[in-house]
Ligand binder design. Structure first.
Ligand code: 5GP
Ligand code: MN
Length: 333
């Protein structure tokens, strides 16, 4: 709070391909700082999915990729920069070096493992299921709950909801539900928030899901694993729009006996991978070992610079080398 009081020009940043938690925490903090009459900007590396465009304040969000030089100027002249929902500046892509270079004080608020070192203040809690929840806890502990607005509560709720799969994983802490109850007291409509995010998909997205599950899924029962994959061509066929494949990676986990799921998607100039697991299988280790990635124990991601086919090959080889570990996890060893 002291760092905030001293700052005038504040910038909030979050990770590439912002999700509900990245935007939710950024916007909640944005509104909170705006109420303190600060000059605040949110800069995100690239665009975000259409089903997050209802969020209060979302039109104020600046997208680095659309106007890099303007964003670089803002970063350079900021007094204070918040890094929300990511641990190292590599996660903000091309914007990273300008963030590192800025003379501003830097505050990290995040829930990923292994926070980087170039922050003046680091609030890193990997045991907390979302950055939005962590931000709420900080507001609450600073005695600011009473002043929180409905808009701030909506943003925080959205982040908590999306990072826990609508409270189906990482959400056994009773305090999560105490926080939800405190947010509901701010008059939020949690059912409407759910609907805005999950009942707003395009018809193409739904058909793409059907196609992926029926034509682009491989299941390896003996390895308790499954793979989904989509080439650029597949995506074009269904007029892919950003965010359309959000959540696909979770579906194979519903198959009995499957606790490791991977989704490989050919992107513009790279191949993007998403990993999800259940039980103690560390998909962040798998992501780090083969795809220069990381994340949480049960939800991680990575990138591959090479062809789509090569990425699938590397994945399959990686899976073989994890055979013993997968079997041990299945047997609770
Ligand atoms: P998603 O599959 O939803 O894109 O990402 C799931 C989680 O994996 C994110 O919360 C993030 O922590 C992590 N993650 C995604 N992509 C990457 C990546 O390229 N590198 C690292 N280190 N983590 C990632
Ligand atoms: Mn998050």
């Amino acid at each position: 709070m002291d760092a905030i009081a001293k700052a005038e020009k504040i910038v909030i940043t979050t990770h590439r391909s912002p999700d509900g938690d990245a935007l939710g925490s950024s916007l909640a903090l944005y509104h909170f700082l705006k109420r303190r009459n600060k000059t605040v900007k949110i800069i995100v590396p690239n665009s975000f999915p259409y089903f997050l465009k209802w969020m209060p304040g979302v039109r104020e969000v600046e997208i680095y990729e659309y106007n890099p030089s303007a964003a670089q100027h803002i970063l350079k002249h900021a007094d204070l920069i918040f890094s929300l929902d990511y641990n190292i500046s590599k996660r903000v892509g091309d914007m990273g070096p300008f963030l590192d270079k800025s003379p501003a004080r830097k505050i990290l608020i995040d829930h990923h493992l292994l926070p980087g070192e170039n922050f003046d203040i680091t609030v890193s809690h990997p045991e907390i299921s979302s950055t939005s929840e962590l931000l709420f806890r900080l507001f609450y502990q600073a005695g600011r709950y009473e002043e929180l607005t409905q808009a701030e509560a909506e943003c925080i709720y959205c982040g908590m909801m999306t990072d826990t799969g609508s409270f189906t994983y990482n959400s056994n802490d009773p305090e999560v539900f105490e926080i939800i109850s405190l947010l509901l007291r701010k008059n939020i409509n949690k059912d409407a928030i759910y609907s805005q995010v999950f009942d707003n998909y395009s018809e193409e997205r739904f058909r793409l899901l059907g196609f992926t599950l029926s034509q682009r899924m491989e299941v390896y029962p003996e390895l308790h694993s499954a793979l989904l994959y989509l080439s650029k061509e597949d995506q074009a066929q269904f007029r892919f729009s950003k965010g359309d494949t959000e959540g696909f990676v979770n579906y194979p986990l519903s198959i009995k006996g499957i606790f490791f799921s991977t989704f490989i998607r050919e992107d513009e100039d790279l191949v993007k991978l998403s990993f999800r697991s259940q039980k103690s299988f560390p998909c962040n280790e798998f992501a780090a070992d083969f795809f220069n990635g990381g994340g949480h124990l049960n939800a991680s991601g990575g990138e591959f610079y090479g062809s789509f086919e090569e990425a699938i090959h590397v994945f399959k080889e990686g899976l073989k080398s994890y055979e013993e570990k997968l079997k041990n996890v299945a047997n609770n060893l």
